[in-house]
Structure formats: structure tokens, C-alpha cells
Design a protein around this ligand. Structure first.
Ligand code: F0G
Length: 354
């Protein structure tokens, strides 16, 4: 049967009524890819929830389709968000689709090139501030409180509702809940949403157990791990360069209730995982996404696993969004040679010798 999008597929589990438009770009329904090589290496049963295959290339589409549908239902004409890039790309796309105005606030010089390109081509009004994501979110909250503009960051509860569907999909694809759900943590909306989704599926009797939620912040932005906001968060994973997560409390609750944990990974570990999943598994995710697999590698070293556990790593965004990091992450760029068979053969021999 033809897939009709997230709202149609999960309407009985979402805040949808006869006035809610069935907006869709065919978000959701993303593959669960088994990590064959890493599973063998780490003695685990590892899967990637490949959210980079959503229409705008990240998991944000799940929450955005719900939030924008509700904004339309409520008669809103304009939506607004702060973003490290993916939320703004999703907001811009669904606003374009629905004929709404979209305003996005981004930290200047700190979002990946592809994400900036997306917001611009979808026609959003893009404003870059001299400040970080946390500051942008504060400003968006102030403006949307005073003006008839709908805030579509994940503090909008409809975002969490849409995003919880990923937990339903993981459960259906595996035929059970995984033992562990590994996920990058930035503003902490997604870990909140997955945990809500798993709990709801459990209450409905669709899964008989719940996963341990293991969330990973970037070391330079590890507010939750430290227990205090970070004023100047820094990490190569710009998507999670966030120092004061809005869904802090619910992320901590998810880790606690599930007997999981919020931990951290450093940039070196993130880049190692980023290269590994691309070069060993053929899956290209952006650096922030690789925090989930970097975290699993870290917990493996720390002896947290017994062996054979099922671990789902959420790969939140597509690697193509951030071409600069990919090119900088490997030392061997393309070598440029003359346009002759001999020159190309010589180059191949040289590369093979490396
Ligand atoms: N991974 C990617 C690729 C992201 O873009 C984000 C968040 C996260 C992980 C973290 O998810 O915030 O729910 O904990 N990006 C937001 C944005 C902040 O503006 O696109 P979270």
C-alpha cells in the first residue's frame, strides 16, 4: 500500500481531528539498517535508525509536519524557530508546502552549509545572529509571546508528538523494543519524544519491554552531564552545540526512568564514529548523529554491555548536509592529475601504495 505520510499513518496516536490538514512530504517510514561490521566488532546487535532519509534530511520533519499542521488548523500565518540548522530546514520546507511565512534565527557562521542552503531555497526569512542557539531560542520565545507567530521549536508540544512516532517505527521494525536506544542530545527534545513514544507503545501492549535510553551530549556542550548550563558551548557537531537544553528535565527523566544515562563524547570520538559508519557501513550521517554510535563505542569500552544486546542508534541527520566536515575529516582528498590513462593509472598505483 502507498505510504501516505506520518499524520495519516499514525493519526490515532496523534492530536489530529477533522480540522487538522493531512500535510505531508512523506516524512517518516525511514529504514532500520543493521550495522553488520560494527555489530561483529563490538559483539552487539546494532541498528541505525536512518533519519537522514527524511524529506529534508533529518528527524525534524516528523515533529515539524505535526507542528505546522496544527499551526494551519489554528489559523496561523507565520511560523518561527531558532535553529542549529535542521529545524530551520524542516520549518522552511513545511511552511513552503503549506503557504505559510517562515522566519528562522540561526547562530551566525555556526550551521552547516547544506542546512543554510535548504532554508534559503525553501524561501524562509533567514536571520543570523551574533550569538549561539540558546540566545536565538530566547529571542524567538520573546517575539512569539508578543506577536501572532507560532513557535515551532521543540518546546511546542506538537513537535514532540510527531517525533515520538520514530519509537513506534523502531519497535515495529524490530518486532520488539531494543535493549538500548542511543541518541545524540542537543536541545533534548528528541530523547524526550522517543521515550514518550516507547512508553505509549508499551501501555498499548505493542511492546513488552522498554529500552534503556542512552543519550550523548558533545563534551564542549555537556550541560546536562555537568548539571549546569554552558555559556559558550563548543563542538564540531554544530547541530548539538547547545548549552542550555530546553527539554533538560524530561531528558533526565527519560534516562532515569529507563535506567539509562546521559553521557558525553568528545569531538575526536564523534569524528572517529562519523568516519567509521561511512567507511565501514556505507552510511553517511552528519557529525552530531555520530554521537550516538560514538557513545555506544564509549560504553562498550567502559564494560557497560554483556554482549549480544540489541542497540538502536538514531542517526538524526544526513551527512550531505555538512560537506565541509566530511572533506576535512579525511586526510586524503582527491588528487588532481592530467586527463590521460597513464596519469590516472599512476595515481591509482600511488593510492594503492598508501
Ligand atoms: N542531531 C541532529 C542532526 C540535530 O539537528 C539535532 C538538533 C540533534 C541531533 C539533537 O536533537 O535537540 O532534540 O536533542 N538540532 C536542532 C536544530 C537543535 O535546530 O536543528 P535534540
Amino acid at each position: 500500500m502507498r505510504y501516505m505520510g506520518l499524520l495519516q499513518t499514525y493519526k490515532q496516536y496523534l492530536p489530529i481531528n477533522e480540522n487538522t490538514p493531512m500535510l505531508t512530504l512523506h516524512e517518516g517510514n525511514t529504514p532500520l539498517v543493521r550495522a553488520e561490521n560494527l555489530s561483529a566488532e563490538l559483539d552487539l546487535d546494532i541498528y541505525f535508525k536512518y533519519e537522514g532519509l527524511n524529506p529534508t534530511g533529518s528527524f525534524k520533519d516528523r515533529g515539524m509536519v505535526m507542528a505546522v499542521a496544527k499551526a494551519i488548523e489554528e489559523g496561523s500565518k507565520t511560523i518561527m524557530c531558532a535553529s542549529t540548522g535542521n529545524t530551520s530546514a524542516a520549518a522552511a520546507a513545511y511552511a513552503a508546502r503549506a503557504g505559510l511565512n517562515c522566519i528562522v534565527l540561526i547562530p551566525n557562521n555556526n550551521i552547516a552549509l547544506g542546512k543554510l542552503a535548504q532554508s534559503i531555497i525553501y524561501g524562509a526569512k533567514v536571520i543570523a545572529i551574533d550569538g549561539n542557539f540558546d540566545r536565538a531560542l530566547e529571542i524567538v520565545r520573546e517575539i512569539t509571546a508578543k506577536h501572532p507567530i507560532t513557535l515551532v521549536n521543540s518546546v511546542n508540544p506538537y513537535r514532540i508528538e510527531g517525533q515520538k512516532t520514530a519509537a513506534f517505527e523502531v519497535s515495529d521494525q524490530l518486532g520488539k523494543a531494543p535493549d538500548y536506544l542511543a541518541i545524540p542530545v542537543g536541545n533534548a527534545g528528541n530523547i524526550t519524544a522517543y521515550w514518550k513514544g516507547f512508553k505509549e507503545y508499551h501501555v498499548m501492549g505493542k511492546i513488552s519491554s522498554l529500552p534503556k535510553m542512552i543519550g550523548f551530549e558533545a563534551e564542549g556542550a555537556m550541560a546536562i552531564v555537568k548539571g549546569e548550563p554552558i555559556l559558550n558551548p563548543e563542538t564540531i557537531a554544530t547541530a548539538i552545540r547547545i548549552g542550555n537544553p530546553a527539554s533538560w528535565d524530561t531528558a533526565v527523566a527519560a534516562a532515569k526512568e529507563s535506567q539509562g544515562q546521559i553521557n558525553y563524547v568528545n569531538d575526536e570520538e564523534i569524528l572517529h564514529a562519523y568516519r567509521t559508519i561511512a567507511s565501514r557501513e556505507g552510511v553517511f550521517a552528519e557529525p552530531a548523529s555520530a554521537a550516538s554510535i560514538a557513545g555506544v563505542m564509549k560504553l562498550k569500552r567502559e564494560g557497560v554491555f554483556h554482549g549480544g544486546e540489541t542497540v538502536v542508534c538514531v542517526l538524526t541527520g544526513n551527512g550531505l548536509k555538512d560537506p565541509n566536515n566530511a572533506i576535512n575529516a579525511v586526510t586524503a582528498g582527491p588528487i588532481v592529475v592530467q586527463d590521460s590513462e597513464a596519469a590516472v593509472m599512476e595515481a591509482i598505483r600511488k593510492l594503492e601504495g598508501e
